[in-house]
Every structure is written in C-alpha cells, then in structure tokens.
Design a protein around this ligand. Structure first.
Ligand code: NAD
Ligand code: UFG
Length: 342
C-alpha cells in the first residue's frame, strides 16, 4: 500500500509543486487548506497535471474538530506542514494574527497528530531564523535570531519541536529551512500567485516583465556584495519540492525516530538582485526597468546556504539553475498574467 501524507497548506505555492512531486514519487496525498492565500483553481490544475482527482479538505489547522475528522478518515504515514501566513510586513502590522495562525495552529495540529499517534512531521521553516548571519555559507548550527513576528513565529515553532522531541522519543520532526523559493512548474500551469503587489523579488520582476508593474525598485546598491545589491540563495520550487520527497523517503528508511532534525534547502550559491534581473531579461527578452532606492528595513546583505547536510543525509541536491528559475517563472507569468484568476 502507498503511504498516505497529509499536506497542510497544499493549495499554496510550494504545496502545489510538492503535491505533484509526492504523487510522482508514489505517495497518496490529502490536502488540507483553508484557502486563505490560495484557490481551488490551483488544486484543479494539480489534478489535471497528475491526472488524478485530489483529495481536498477545506479546513483550518486551528480547527481541532475538523482535523480529528480527517485523522479518523485516513491513516497517515506523516504530515507535511506548509499551512501558514508568510508576509513579513503584514506580520509586523498584525502580530497576533501571525502567532495565532502559525504558532497556535501548529500546536493544534501537533496535538491532534499525537492523539492519532502520527509522529512524522515535515515543517516549513525559513532561512529567516538565521537573522543576519555572521558566517557564510549558513549551516544548520548557526545561531538563530529573528526581528519580525513572521520569523519569530517560525523560530518559536522550531523551539516547540525541539521540546517535543525531548519529551517523547517517538517524534520525527524534520524542519526544512527554505532559502529563497522561486520559479514555477515547467508546464506553466502552476506558480506563485501573490494576492497584491508582490513583496518578493522574483514575482515583482515577472510582473514588471509582463507589464503589470512599471518599474522594479531595487532596495539598496551599497551592500558589501559583488555589485552592491542584496545576495540571496534562490532555489527552484521544483527542487524544493523534491527536497520534501527526499525527507519522507529518509523517514521511511529509518529504523528509529530522528527527533528534531533541521535541514537547509538551498543551492549553496548566492546571486545578487542585479544578477537575477539580468538573467530574467535574457530569458524573457523583456526589458525590466529598474531604479535604486533606499535599503528596505530589516534586509540583510547576503544569505546563502550550506546545503551539505541535505546532500549527506537525504541524498538531495538542487539541480536547476538561475536561468531555469527565470525561464519557468516567465512561462507561468506570461501564460497566466492574472495568476489563477480568469
Ligand atoms: P502560500 O501562502 O502560497 O501557501 C500557504 C498555504 O497555507 C495557503 O494555501 C494558505 O491558504 C494555507 N493556510 C494558511 N493558513 C492556514 C490555516 N490556518 N489553515 C489551513 N491552511 C492555511 O505560501 P508558500 O510560499 O507556499 O509557503 C509555504 C510555507 O513555507 C509557509 O509556511 C511559509 O511560511 C514557508 N516558507 C515560505 C517561503 C517563501 O518564500 N515562499 C520561504 C520560507 C518558508
Ligand atoms: N528586493 C528588491 N526589490 C523588491 C523586492 C526585493 O530589491 O521589490 C531585494 C531585497 O532587498 C533582497 C532581495 O531582493 O535583497 C530578496 O528579497 P525577497 O523579498 O525576495 O526575499 P527575502 O530574502 O527578503 O525574504 C524571503 C521571504 C521571507 C523569508 C526569507 C528567508 O520573503 O519570508 O526569504 O527565507 F523569511
């Protein structure tokens, strides 16, 4: 029998790509999502791509009753937990909403998992837990600190998972710290669909390229980097999705529980904002007008991963290049100028 996985937040950007990869790797999936930042259309498109009707439950991770119904109805091997709010600026304006959703929601989910003795958990953490790193590349033992409520909510969940692993040896709590996920499915059918004006660089660039936004503001050109602009470890979302499959495969192979296990998912290479703009211009053939503005509050100069642990433990390594990331983003954006909206 195939192992069944509950995917919270599976209708979202990273969740949809991961559901495809899970299906292709032979897992059965059940998506649980409240659609607060996603749409049924995204799920329809995943169904079309894998040619299987998706088991989707509309529900909130803070709703224990609904979650219990789901755990009664299905026997899960484990849970991949994407559900959460992710906008740094919004988290500063609405900290209670972020802690409630990301921290209380996760505690609720873990409590229901414990009731049903499902103790394999893959958590979406973020490189943001490393704050402003002292040493590059960043490995998993680097000090952690956060300044905004979004990052703090991720760090708090990490601490909760560490405590949980100490309290009970049966838990398997893989914490994947994503660097900067970008790109889209190569079909052009699914991708990132921000509700509003994008906060993140890649969707902003692609909306300038497609003519929805006039000009990119580059936040700072006086950082101590190759060209003065910020440097990040951009990782293709399908590579990231493969990282989740590798994490589950790893758990399938273990004969004893792994406890709390943090793993970076990045390429190990940093690229600057200007390098990304240049690459996007080349693959899309579109002009990307830009201007330099002040630094954005809270931004750091450089952030890129040591990806050694993912390779040695999970046998996983990112394969796709910056050109692939730009090409797939551009295909998604030009085929769907309004995202999932008709
Ligand atoms: P996303 O917003 O596209 O997906 C998150 C999904 O969770 C959405 O479909 C949303 O409707 C759902 N959701 C939110 N709150 C929920 C709740 N209370 N109950 C049920 N469903 C809920 O975001 P994404 O980019 O796919 O990110 C997935 C996860 O990875 C998030 O936890 C995010 O914090 C984390 N992460 C993302 C990035 C990034 O840059 N995209 C980087 C690091 C970490
Ligand atoms: N940038 C611009 N103009 C923009 C948007 C971004 O110049 O319009 C620059 C930023 O200053 C930064 C780089 O592009 O130097 C990347 O910015 P993003 O907003 O795309 O990504 P961040 O690294 O700031 O943050 C992202 C997620 C966070 C997450 C963090 C670490 O948004 O949620 O990666 O994983 F915590």
């Amino acid at each position: 029998m195939k192992n069944k996985i509950l995917v919270t937040g599976g209708a979202g950007y990273i969740g949809t790509h991961t559901c495809i990869a899970l299906h292709q790797a032979g897992y059965d999936i059940v998506i649980y999502d409240n659609l607060s930042n996603s749409s049924r259309e995204a799920i329809n498109r995943v169904s079309q791509l894998i040619d299987v009707s998706i088991d989707f439950i509309e529900g909130d991770i803070r709703d224990a009753k609904r979650l219990r119904e789901v755990f009664e109805a299905h026997q899960f091997f484990g849970v991949i937990h994407f559900a959460g709010l992710k906008a740094v600026g919004e988290s500063v304006a609405k900290p209670l909403m972020y802690y409630n959703n990301n921290v209380s929601g996760t505690i609720n989910l873990l409590e229901v998992m414990a009731e049903y003795k499902v103790k394999k958990f893959v958590f979406s953490s973020s490189a943001t837990v490393y704050g402003d790193p002292e040493v590059l590349p960043i490995d998993e033992n680097s000090p952690r600190s956060c300044t905004n409520p979004y990052g703090q909510s991720k760090l708090t969940v990490e601490h909760i998972l560490e405590n949980l692993a100490v309290s009970d040896n049966d838990w398997n709590l893989i914490t994947l710290r994503y660097f900067n996920p970008v790109g889209a499915h190569p079909s052009g059918q699914i991708g990132e669909d921000p509700n509003d004006i994008p906060n993140n660089l890649m969707p902003y660039i692609s909306q300038v390229a497609v003519g929805k936004l006039a000009k990119l503001n580059i936040f700072g050109n006086d950082y101590p980097t190759v060209d003065g602009t910020g440097v990040r470890d951009f990782i293709h979302v399908t590579d990231l999705a493969a990282g989740h499959v590798a994490a589950l495969n790893y758990l399938e192979d273990q004969t004893s529980a792994v406890g709390f296990l943090p793993i970076n998912l990045g390429t190990g290479k940093g690229s600057s904002v200007l390098e990304l703009v240049t690459a996007f211009t080349k693959v899309s053939g579109q002009k990307i007008p830009y201007q330099f503005t002040d630094r954005r509050a809270g931004d750091i100069a450089s952030c890129y991963a040591s990806a050694d642990k993912a390779q040695s433990l999970l046998g996983w390594q990112a394969k796709l290049s910056i050109a692939d990331m730009c090409e797939d983003t551009w295909r998604w954006q030009s085929m769907n100028p309004n995202g999932y909206k008709a």
